[in-house]
Design a protein around this ligand. Structure first.
Ligand SMILES: NC(=O)c1ccc[n+]([C@@H]2O[C@H](COP(=O)([O-])OP(=O)(O)OC[C@H]3O[C@@H](n4cnc5c(N)ncnc54)[C@H](O)[C@@H]3O)[C@@H](O)[C@H]2O)c1
Length: 266
């Protein structure tokens, strides 16, 4: 917190500017679609320049163009497979060259496979562990090195309520998201001495291409069992993401912020 009054409270302009991200660079993975796209948009609306990373190169380019023309901020798109070490390191290097050192990292790339554990192939199981755990590890390592040296930064891992509670047919996804929650806690402890904060967001059921794969009957059941009575919208992740990215969350690290319309409160 910058300017304080004599009584120790911040001046009103400081309080109103707590979420200001001007002069910062955010790198968001999975930002060509769904939650990543919405969070990248939110960061740019609060003043950040944004690197859009996704394995879908064309969709990443189009999200970057949409963001630059809609918000006036700088945006650059880089194609990378999140679980590939070389591609991740190269994307982080190129993003840094294009926009400057990274202040905010969001690990949002991912997919889901729903079926009973005994029907999973090894390749299907591995694909979920690879993108959600190895992918986050690779980006945290590449960007974390910069953040450690600059002694600043905020990392946000997009976990899930499935990383906190058990639900049938999502064994590999839940194992991966649970692993991501733990990775977040340990990294938060390791990076705290350098002033780098590391948190997770655990969304519940949000309406994106990922959850539109559910049959209509399953979607109805999800809405009916969510206390707020509906799916969340991708834009409803903007507030939590901007909060964790910004100085408003200056004393928040190592936590998992649940955004689920009350689902896990039951
Ligand atoms: N939608 C939900 O209800 C929900 C709930 C909890 C957690 N999540 C998590 O939020 C994140 C985003 O999900 P979404 O709903 O926005 O899905 P989405 O399908 O709309 O977007 C995911 C994006 O990630 C990209 N991607 C996937 N695998 C990748 C890989 N290996 N390398 C690089 N890019 C990759 C895709 O191309 C896509 O653009 C995921 O980690 C998901 O598990 C979503």
């Amino acid at each position: 917190m910058g300017v304080l009054r004599q009584d120790g409270l911040p001046i009103p302009d400081e309080v109103r500017g707590m979420h200001d991200l001007r002069g910062r660079v955010a790198l968001v993975t999975g930002a060509a679609s769904g939650l990543g796209r919405a969070m990248a948009w939110g960061f740019a609306c609060f003043g950040a320049d944004v690197a859009i990373i996704d394995r879908d190169a064309a969709a990443a380019e189009s999200a970057a163009a949409e963001l630059a023309s809609g918000t006036g901020r700088r945006a650059a798109a880089f194609a990378a497979e999140a679980s590939d070490e070389q591609e991740v390191d190269e994307a982080v290097k190129r993003a840094t060259q294009a926009l400057g050192p990274i202040d905010v990292l969001v690990n949002g790339a991912g997919h889901n496979i729903r079926k009973p554990l005994i029907e999973f192939s090894k390749a299907e199981f591995d694909s979920l562990l690879h993108v959600h755990v190895r992918g986050a590890f690779l980006f945290c390592r590449a960007v974390g090195l910069q953040m450690r040296d600059r002694r600043r930064g905020s990392i946000i891992n997009i976990a899930s309520i499935m990383g906190h509670v058990g639900v049938p047919n999502v064994s590999a996804y839940a194992a991966a998201k649970g692993g991501l929650v733990q990775l977040t806690k340990v990294l938060a402890l390791e990076m705290a001495p350098y002033g780098v904060r590391v948190n997770a967001i655990a969304p519940g059921f949000i309406d994106t291409p990922l959850t539109r794969q559910h049959p209509a009957e399953v979607r109805r059941r999800i809405s009916d069992t969510t206390p707020l009575g509906r799916f969340g919208e991708a834009r409803e992740l903007i507030g939590p993401a901007v909060f964790l990215a910004s100085d408003a969350a200056s004393f928040v690290t190592g936590t998992s912020l649940v955004v689920d319309g009350g689902w896990t409160a039951q």
